[in-house]
Design a protein around this ligand. Structure first.
Ligand code: 6PG
Length: 327
């Protein structure tokens, strides 16, 4: 069965045909470990199995508003994760390219860029319609675009320079502006692209609806440049805002806000390594005894109407167990 790209209204996990089995009637989330499947058969050929609670059970208020779905995938190795992430991204690109002749994709910095490396190889280098891609950043460090700290430079060197996306469809920040000006400028450009119908809009809210956001998460549970306990977590008006006291260097950045992230059609949260295990545990299990007290930014990614997929490895979920997930 082909991987379904349709949006679903309840949390799901996808079980590989040769993966671990569990009852379809179970009502709480449990991670599965996707085993390597040679050739075209991957976990994307799995049967979706609905669960009735799972991730949302700790946030009843948000849950009432959000109708998006969540899925968890766990890979034996980062290499297998990279293979599946490329297939997932290529399939979503294909879906939107066919539907509307454009694909809007948002990148973060960090280890995500390396995880996208398989897209620069066969068969994707030839099969993906790169000319339809429009590339944005969920957050960017306010430095020159050729600075080693620049997320644009990271993505250019590791991914974008290896695929034929038209340069005028790669939307880097204006690196001549200070943080506040750079955020305002980026938001204005997004609004123009909504007006030009490159970026879709959510009719009810007027928010931009990006086709796919490819996000990472820090060990503290931050996403984009939205850090635990920071006032920017509460921003509801701006699409893009700025920060000058980022706890992760460099301090000056711009970032998409939660309303924009949560309006996305698809979000992939790519998280590997044992350093993230505590935050993953809190986000996926209920969070007792993790050392984290407040709601983490990653827990605030609650899609209004979209599909949120965690791409993890065994180290990242090493603190999850049956007791934590209620099984
Ligand atoms: C940034 C990133 C940031 C990143 C996470 C995860 O500019 O710092 O966009 O949000 O995605 O910190 O980074 P790692 O995957 O490298 O841990």
């Amino acid at each position: 069965m082909a991987f379904s790209l349709s949006t679903v209204s309840s949390p799901k996990i996808f079980l590989p045909s040769d993966g671990f089995l569990r009852s379809p009637s179970q009502t709480r989330l449990r991670p599965f470990f996707a085993r390597p499947v040679p050739g075209p058969k991957t976990w994307f050929s799995s049967k979706p199995i609905s669960i009735s609670t799972g991730f949302h059970r700790r946030q009843p208020v948000k849950m009432a508003a959000a109708t998006g779905s969540k899925q968890l995938t766990v890979f034996e190795t980062e290499e297998e994760l990279a293979v599946s992430l490329a297939k997932y991204t290529a399939e979503i690109s294909d879906k939107f390219t066919r539907e509307r002749g454009a694909f809007t994709v948002v990148l973060s910095g960090g280890s995500l860029i390396k995880a996208l490396r398989k897209l620069t190889e066969a068969p994707y280098l030839e099969s993906v319609e790169w000319s339809k891609w429009h590339v944005f950043w969920v957050d960017e460090r306010v430095v020159k675009l050729d600075h080693p700290d620049s997320n644009y430079k990271l993505a250019l060197d590791g991914f974008l320079s290896k695929v034929p996306i038209p340069p005028n469809q790669i939307y880097a920040i204006n690196d001549t502006l200070p943080p506040e000006g750079a955020a305002e400028d980026y938001e204005a450009r997004l609004k123009q692209l909504v007006w030009d119908r490159v970026i879709k809009v959510v009719p009810t809210s007027g928010l931009p609806r990006f086709d796919l956001m490819l996000l990472g998460m820090g060990p503290d549970g931050h996403v984009a440049s939205l850090f635990p306990g920071h006032p920017l977590l509460k921003e509801t008006q701006k699409w893009v805002t700025h920060i000058t006291d980022s706890p992760k260097p460099p301090p000056e950045r711009i970032t998409f806000t939660f309303p924009v992230i949560n309006a996305s059609a698809y979000v992939a949260m790519v998280v590997t390594g044992s350093g993230k295990a505590g935050a993953v545990h809190k986000a996926l299990s209920g969070g007792e005894n993790t050392g984290y007290t407040d709601r983490l930014p990653v827990e605030m990614v609650e899609l209004e109407q979209g599909e949120f997929t965690w791409f993890t490895d065994k180290a990242a979920v090493s603190m999850l167990n049956e007791k934590d997930t209620g099984l």
